[in-house]
Write a protein that binds this ligand. Structure first.
Ligand SMILES: [Zn+2]
Length: 183
């Protein structure tokens, strides 16, 4: 997943309307708006939104839209790689591979798991209960500092010169073909 970053505020979902209107937009709740009022300024479109707040870690219902121009914002890289395999019992399993991400200070990291297998239902349950990232991040076996250039190259070639297919864990089913994926 890619996060949108604006003046230190991280948004974990956003809508890209750059082609249509030249902007990205996010949802924001009243309490996040009050907290970031100064930074947001006249980018707010008050009282028009429904859906959930896009601010990372906030689960409130949103009331407002906020528009950003591409030159106002940057993106934080955060991509998880995994392989769908056939488990011993015949069910599909998720074999977690690695995570390439950047931090607010501009540094890039490469994390890897050695033997981290998750059942599909188990992974979905952890995502629903907001425990997934804590669980996998605690089990990282290898962590390295990399440059932006290396991060880009790894992301594009993660599975033997193949970037893998984008697939959210929430969308995996028993019919998902075996192979390399990311979200
Ligand atoms: Zn919020």
């Amino acid at each position: 997943m890619k996060k949108l970053l604006y003046k230190g505020i991280e948004f974990d979902d956003f809508v890209d309307e750059v082609k249509e209107y030249g902007t990205y937009y996010v949802h924001m709740c009243e309490s996040c708006y009050q907290k970031h009022k100064k930074a947001i300024g006249n980018r707010i479109d008050k009282g028009s939104a429904n859906g959930y707040c896009s601010v990372a870690g906030c689960e409130n219902e949103a009331e407002h839209y906020v528009d950003f121009s591409p030159e106002d914002i940057s993106f934080v890289l955060d991509r998880y790689f995994y392989i769908i395999e056939q488990g011993d019992n015949g069910n599909k399993v998720i074999h977690m591979q690695g995570n390439i991400y950047s931090n607010d200070d501009g540094s890039y990291k490469h994390a890897e798991w050695t033997f981290l297998y998750l059942g599909i239902d188990e992974a979905k349950y952890m995502l629903d209960t907001d425990t997934f990232y804590e669980f996998v991040n605690e089990r990282v076996n290898y962590l390295d500092d990399i440059t932006e250039e290396v991060a880009t190259a790894i992301v594009e070639n993660y599975f033997d010169e193949d970037p893998g297919k984008q697939l959210d864990i929430a969308d995996i089913t028993e019919d998902t073909p075996c192979g390399g994926y990311w979200f």
